[in-house]
Design a protein around this ligand. Structure first.
Ligand code: ADP
Ligand code: MG
Length: 552
């Protein structure tokens, strides 16, 4: 065996190993966290993102920012996944989860420098996360499903600091009402809450329609505009003459024959309209087309008909009115009709739509969000999504926590106590974890223009004195009892954030070798100058390949 190095990687691939790999991953993770940090909390700022085609998004929402940012680094992507998991699981707390993850990495960096092994760190972090989850469960407050006051406060907390803020009371009303309406024995499916965004008017004019809004007009001018106490038929098919499968050629030899042929078609279409009327329907929704002639006869019968209804609307209509969709009018009968107190064509923001309201059991609702401009409504919509998520989670779990940094400070104290019982070097990792959690109150203070050290000292003292719910009032700078202030978040927002943040951090820390087929670079580089000099930083990462790429 010679001393010749064995080359197993292609020339284009890059390899980063050992401490360099660790450091590269830590820097990338920290950079992601840093990029969303300033948006955290009631006084967090927004960011404006412009994509390559010039589309603009103004947002404060962690997961939206990260998914729009075009991040291109494997380690950074793992942190983005933390936000995505958080979004899927609870719908809120995405920024917090990412910020905690970044801080766990940052704390780990210091311990790695002191020659604490990554595996020890990982072990300590896992233990700490488990202990933290248990501690959170202990301080969680039980919420009854009909405790409207606390549900409102939860809905409102999720909207704080977002574009929706000035209409918080109204919007949290709409959110709580929507979630309660769609809740049934099978649980809560927020897909049954449709959000219609309307440009024009102000946010305060937003409203809830308990029922369905179909984005279509009635099919003919000769049909009525509205129907009261209406029997509703839903046809998942067409009111048209079926084209024959084979190319049939009709040879018309004399004009009478043609007339006969047309008359026959007309009779068929008339028959269809009559079938609808005979079933007793006042309103007809059809997922496919309605022939002109059929339209004419339907209008004669005084039926309000709508065609080309989206399949999602068909489902919603069936759910809301209790109608059973049939594939052909032949199957239509009284039993498969639904009912709505009012079906009417109305105008919103210059568009004609069909409102199906006063339904017996509104299991589907539509929220009409209004706002001055498209960007405003989009951001309100994102705030509403978060808010729907937290109300749903609260109803599902029945447990909440006071917010404003209170749980993190409480946990931090609890974990420092717990650390004493942990032997070996893991103890240091548990302590680092405790420190890392304080990034939330610290950032809330920083973003509110307060002194983070002063705020933390005060918060710790309050919690030491037994006030579990002491948090930071971002508006006055005082530490106050967050439960009195009505700042609540579901327990799961916190437990999920801690779990995914820990998993991602641990995963990154355990990596000591990065082998890439191409170039490694983080494209987002708005925080470049905050990166430590040398190995880190995004510019640094992009350039890393030169020194380390190649072979093994
Ligand atoms: P995330 O994406 O993590 O939800 P947010 O920007 O929504 O980020 O900020 C959430 C943080 O703001 C939580 O720690 C929450 O407790 C805190 N918070 C929300 N409302 C208030 C308030 N009125 N006063 C103090 N803190 C608040
Ligand atoms: Mg939030």
């Amino acid at each position: 065996m010679g001393n010749q190095p064995l080359i197993v990687l292609s020339d284009d691939s890059q390899r980063t190993s050992g401490k360099d790999a660790q450091s590269m991953n830590i820097q990338a993770g920290k950079a992601v966290a840093e990029s969303v940090r300033t948006t955290l909390g009631p006084k967090g700022m927004d960011k404006m993102l412009v994509d390559s085609t010039g589309n603009v998004i103004v947002t404060n929402d962690g997961v939206t920012l990260l998914s729009e940012m075009d991040i291109d680094h494997p380690a950074a992507d793992m942190i983005v996944e933390v936000a995505e998991t958080q979004e899927d699981e609870v719908g809120d707390g995405t920024t917090s989860a990412v910020v905690i993850s970044g801080e766990l990495l940052s704390q780990a960096e210091e311990l790695l420098e002191q020659d604490i092994h990554a595996t020890t760190l990982a072990q300590g972090y896992r233990q700490a996360a488990e202990e933290a989850t248990e501690a959170l469960e202990e301080i969680a407050i039980d919420v009854d499903e009909d405790d409207d006051e606390i549900l409102h406060q939860i809905a409102a907390t999720a909207m704080t600091g977002k574009g929706a803020e000035n209409a918080r009371d109204l919007l949290s009303d709409l959110v709580v009402q929507s979630v309660q309406t769609v809740a049934d024995d099978d649980g809560i499916d927020t897909d049954n809450i449709k959000v219609e965004k309307v440009v024009g008017g102000s946010i305060e004019n937003s409203e809830l329609v308990e029922g369905v809004i179909v984005d279509k007009e009635r099919v003919s001018e000769n049909m009525p505009y509205f129907a009261e106490d209406a029997n509703v038929a839903v046809v998942d098919g067409a009111l048209e003459i079926q084209e024959t499968e084979i190319d049939a050629e009709v040879n018309v030899t004399d004009p009478d024959q043609l007339e006969q042929f047309l008359e026959q078609e007309e009779a068929q279409l008339k028959e269809m309209a009559e079938q609808v009327a005979d079933a007793g329907a006042d309103v007809l929704f059809v997922s496919s087309g309605i022939d002109d002639m059929a339209q004419h006869y339907l209008a004669q019968e005084g039926i309000l008909a709508v065609r080309r209804v989206k399949s999602s609307d068909v489902t919603q209509l069936a759910r809301a009115t209790g109608a059973t969709p049939v594939t052909s009018v032949d199957d239509l009968s009284e039993e498969n009709l639904g009912f709505a107190g009012s079906v009417a064509q109305k105008e919103i923001a210059g568009d004609q739509r069909i409102f199906v309201e006063d339904v017996e059991d509104a299991q589907a609702v539509t929220m009409i969000l209004r706002g001055g401009t498209e960007h405003v409504i989009d951001e309100v919509d994102r705030a509403i999504e978060d808010s729907l998520g937290v109300v749903r989670t609260t109803l599902e779990d029945g447990k909440v926590l006071a917010g404003g940094g209170a749980p993190e400070v409480e946990l931090s104290l609890a974990l420092r106590d717990y650390a004493d019982s942990v032997g070996g070097r893991e103890q240091l990792a548990v302590e680092a974890f405790a420190d890392a959690l304080e990034v939330i109150p610290r950032t809330l203070a920083e973003n509110a223009g307060l002194d983070p050290i002063d705020s933390l000292v005060e918060l710790r003292a309050d919690h030491d004195g037994g006030n579990e719910a002491a948090g930071l009032d971002a508006f006055t700078g005082d530490t106050i009892d967050m439960s009195e202030e009505g700042v609540y978040e579901p327990l799961r927002v916190k437990t999920q954030a801690i779990e995914s943040a820990t998993e991602a951090a641990v995963m990154l820390l355990r990596i000591d070798d990065v082998i890439a087929a191409g170039d490694l670079a983080v494209q987002d580089n708005d925080d470049e100058d905050e990166m430590p000099p040398g190995g880190g930083g995004m510019g640094g990462m992009g350039g890393m390949g030169g020194g380390m790429g190649g072979m093994m």
